[in-house]
Write a protein that binds this ligand. Structure first.
Ligand SMILES: Cc1cc2nc3c(=O)[nH]c(=O)nc-3n(C[C@H](O)[C@H](O)[C@H](O)COP(=O)(O)OP(=O)(O)OC[C@H]3O[C@@H](n4cnc5c(N)ncnc54)[C@H](O)[C@@H]3O)c2cc1C
Length: 448
């Protein structure tokens, strides 16, 4: 067995892995990135880059933008869409294949060594506490390993059970301009529908040359997402020829909980592997990148001080990101319990809308948004929190979801019989049985 040695091995070359590796390599640390794919590669994603992300990317990425959205056309149960605007950019549109490739190239230019088509099978700790990363016919050894290998992380299983995360699911496709009715959308306006599933939403993000369309929601409702997107596209009149087949690809969205372990002595997790998907919007790039910055700082400090222990990363990640994710999660429970009220507030309450926009820009927080949503009822938060958590669980346990505006059960009927939504890597695309999966939905009760 051949063996190669580095200071740090980063498993996964998505945004979280590339930013971690970039920062480490720039500090002169011998860093390898191993990825199962060769780049450029496709990644299921809406390609909406929250403006807040730019704070944490240490180089310019403006040339990758394929449009910028600062308006939202929002409907509830696919009825009565209205448009709200914000005077500054909210979300930049990117193509993930280009964006991720560029970040990886920057990491390589900073000195990181990239090994593509290198699927990691597992980790072992050596007697001297160095870690071995196993791939077919080869081993990489390192002082530290960073798990940046996404929602189905192999490295994660070194530290966590699946039920230590809160799981949602999403599907997406990219439709070229040629197949779209150009009068049905504006370049600077995201189209969003919510209230059609217990939580989550459908989106259309216009980009130069195409529109990214998809939907996300609770894992227990994953098998309904495909039918939901089809209905959404039809209602919004997006396609030139209605009824065209959409080539939807699905993937899971993990969010950390109070019991997720993101650090051990020698191994830490970043991005989706750590569960940094922000659950209210389902966006994960911003916090994936931020976790990469926090992880690289932590490793840099450990190497400099000769203290070979990364356990401090646990509290670093939670104090910078974790709490915000937990607030976003609570806001999701409130939305699931009072969906019409949330819609009403987004539509009519300027303070709620502006705090939401500032949060996407990284200028405000989900904790503050929750406060604005509750308004004069903030004093009763602990009661509301308990109520919405248990109500959310009851709603998800019912497993009888339908899109509003559909005859009862129609969506469910259409998805019976194991509709298969193929995934990026074939591991998790069969959402049809998602609600039989023991990890289907991790309740707040179970996971703090
Ligand atoms: C349908 C959908 C739409 C989304 N839309 C948005 C959006 O609009 N905006 C947003 O901010 N977020 C969105 N997200 C979430 C976002 O895509 C993720 O949060 C983000 O990609 C996380 O980045 P990452 O670097 O942690 O992981 P990834 O980008 O998933 O990268 C992980 C890398 O690890 C590699 N890998 C996996 N297993 C192994 C292995 N065993 N060995 C070696 N390499 C391995 C993979 O090949 C991959 O390159 C969406 C997600 C989905 C599913």
């Amino acid at each position: 067995m051949r063996r190669t040695d580095f200071d740090v091995v980063v498993v996964g070359g998505g945004p979280a892995g590339s930013i971690t590796a970039y920062m480490l390599a720039r500090a002169g640390i011998r860093t390898a990135i191993l990825d199962a794919s060769d780049f450029p590669r496709k990644k299921p994603c809406g390609g909406g880059l929250q403006v807040r992300t730019l704070r944490d990317i240490p180089f310019d990425v403006h040339h990758l933008f394929r449009g910028t959205m600062q308006r939202m056309s929002l409907s509830y149960g696919m009825e009565n869409p209205y448009t709200r605007a914000y005077p500054r950019p909210l979300v930049h549109n990117i193509l993930r294949s280009q964006f991720d490739h560029y970040l990886l190239q920057r990491a390589e230019a900073a000195g990181a060594s990239f090994f593509g088509s290198t699927s990691v099978r597992g980790l072992d700790t050596l007697a001297d506490k160095r870690v071995t990363v196993r791939v077919d016919h080869h081993e990489y050894t390192a002082q530290f390993v960073v798990g940046a290998d996404g929602a189905n992380s192999v490295v994660r299983s070194f530290l966590n059970e699946r039920c230590n995360y809160f799981w949602q699911a999403a599907v997406y496709c990219e439709i070229p301009e040629l197949r779209l009715k150009s009068c049905a959308y504006d370049e600077d306006c995201m189209i969003v529908d919510w209230g059609s599933l217990p939580s989550g939403y459908a989106w259309a993000f216009p980009k130069e040359g195409c529109v990214n369309i998809g939907a996300g929601g609770p894992l227990a409702a994953a098998r309904l997402l495909k039918a939901y997107v089809a209905k959404f596209v039809e209602r919004r009149g997006l396609l030139k020829s209605p009824g065209q087949q959409l080539d939807l690809v699905g993937h899971h969205l993990p969010t950390l909980t109070a019991r997720t372990k993101v650090a051990s002595e020698r191994v830490i997790l970043v991005g989706d592997a750590a569960g940094t998907v922000e659950p209210f919007t389902g966006d994960g790039i911003a916090f994936a990148v931020q976790s990469g910055r926090i992880a690289s700082d932590c490793i840099g400090r450990a190497l400099e001080a000769g203290q070979m222990d990364l356990n401090g990363y646990q509290s670093d990640l939670y104090s910078h990101i974790g709490n915000e994710l937990l607030w976003s999660r609570k806001l999701l429970s409130v939305t699931m319990s009072f969906p019409r009220l949330m819609h009403y507030l987004f539509r009519t309450n300027d303070r709620v809308w502006e705090t939401f926009c500032r949060t996407l820009r990284g200028e405000d927080s989900f904790q503050r948004l929750k406060r604005d949503v509750l308004g004069p009822f903030e004093f009763a938060w602990s009661l509301i929190d308990r109520f919405t958590q248990s109500r959310e669980q009851r709603i998800l346990d019912r497993r009888r979801f339908r899109a509003i505006g559909e005859p009862p059960g129609e969506l469910l009927q259409r998805s019976r019989g194991g509709e298969h939504i193929h995934s990026q890597n074939g591991q998790d695309g069969d959402f049809a049985n998602a609600d039989q999966d023991e990890s289907r939905v991790v309740s707040p009760k179970e996971c703090g």
